[in-house]
Design a protein around this ligand. Structure first.
Ligand code: PLP
Length: 369
């Protein structure tokens, strides 16, 4: 696998503790306040809840440790993606996005950005470098893409976009900073839906942006304050708590996926399968060279829509639900949302159940089709 050092997870768990004064709580306090006590000059003090909040600060401290870059927290992945695009684009600019990534990014671009004079171009992830990047002001990638799990070459794209004078943005939702480090590969901005495995408990929507470019980061923070796209303190607190167990959860989920994917590939009910960890997968070599882990998403196609529904709904250890990355394994047919996939295409998100128990349940459900 790619040889990037992970940030210290021991340090993550003690980031806050090592700064405490005697008598302060070990767990992060949840600060719900729109106003701050502020007599006299306001400079350099927290002044209003739309601009600052101590619970956000603690969360962003932990995120910055994970990304080794300054971060700004947002109330959802789409809020983070919107910030990255609205802070970098202006009328007359040209934006390149994947035609097969998370569909709401495409809707945002076609429905709103193009109305403001941005020219939006789409390309499939599996031919993303074809045609080069000359003339593009912003290039947005997602890898492995959701739901097709195609992988693009981040350092090659980052280099070409920079040479052409553009800004590169990578949606790193499917792998998290523990599975892939786009900033270390030269990407300018990372965006993430922390609603998924970063939070990990399916109880909060959140997102963040990360960048080592101070001007870009400041522009996105300004966007948050001015547009009002701010996280609730409770959600920020929940994500901070989730991050403390990310390492353990992510490792379990990725290990289980690596155990289960080859078994699924051999099951007679499975017609085709995508998982970057399988040696035969078209993404395998690239994934191995730039990722730290293969992830916990496995996508496969069964014989029919009806069988796919039955597989998902009859398995006691699968939540039939959209979204992914929670401790509970979940699955869904992506065609029900209009993704350009086979009606029997299933996106399986491996959770934290013990792998052999989960496999037994998956196998039983497949055997009964
Ligand atoms: C879910 C998801 C998003 C959107 O995140 P929300 O938190 O739902 O706004 C963006 N990109 C990818 C790859 C996703 O899976």
């Amino acid at each position: 696998m790619a040889d990037f050092s992970k940030p210290s997870m021991a340090e993550l768990l003690h980031l806050r503790g090592n700064q405490l004064d005697k008598g302060e709580p070990i767990a992060l306090p949840l600060v719900q306040s729109s106003m701050y006590h502020l007599p006299g000059l306001a400079e350099n003090f927290p002044f209003y809840g739309r601009a600052t909040n101590p619970t956000w600060d603690a969360l962003e401290h932990a995120l910055a440790h994970l990304e080794r870059a300054d971060c700004v927290a947002f109330p959802s992945g789409m809020a983070a993606i919107s910030a990255s695009l609205f802070a970098t684009l202006k009328a007359g600019h040209k934006l390149l996005i994947p035609s097969d990534g998370y569909y709401v990014t495409r809707v945002l671009s076609s429905r709103f950005l193009s109305n403001l004079g941005v020219e939006v171009v789409e390309r499939p992830s599996n031919a993303f470098e074809d045609g080069g990047f000359e003339g593009f002001d912003v290039v947005f990638v997602e890898t492995p893409s959701n739901p097709g799990l195609d992988v693009v070459d981040l350092s090659s794209i980052a280099k070409q976009v920079r040479a052409a004078g553009g800004v590169s943005i990578c949606d790193n939702t499917t792998l998290t900073p523990l599975g892939q480090r786009p900033l270390d590969l030269g990407i300018d901005i990372v965006v993430s839906s922390d609603t998924k495995s970063m939070g990990g408990h399916s109880d909060a929507l959140m997102g963040h942006v990360a960048s080592r470019n101070g001007d870009l980061l400041q522009a996105m923070e300004d966007w948050r304050k001015i547009s009002g796209s701010i996280p609730g303190p409770q959600e920020a607190w929940l994500l901070h708590r989730g991050l403390e167990s990310l390492d353990v959860r992510f490792e379990r989920m990725c290990n289980s996926a690596e155990l289960i994917a080859p078994r699924l590939a051999e099951h007679k009910a499975v017609q085709s399968i995508r998982f970057p960890g399988l040696q035969v997968d078209p993404s395998h070599n690239l994934a191995k060279s730039q990722q730290l882990r293969f992830g916990f998403l496995i996508c496969f196609t069964l014989e029919s829509e009806e069988k796919a529904e039955r597989f998902i709904n009859d398995c006691p250890y699968l939540r039939p639900a959209t979204s992914f990355g929670g401790i509970h394994s979940s699955a869904e047919r992506r065609a029900r949302w209009g993704d350009d996939v086979d009606p029997a295409f299933v996106r399986l998100s491996i959770g934290c159940e013990p792998a052999e128990e989960l496999w037994e349940a998956l196998k039983t459900s497949l055997d009964q089709l």
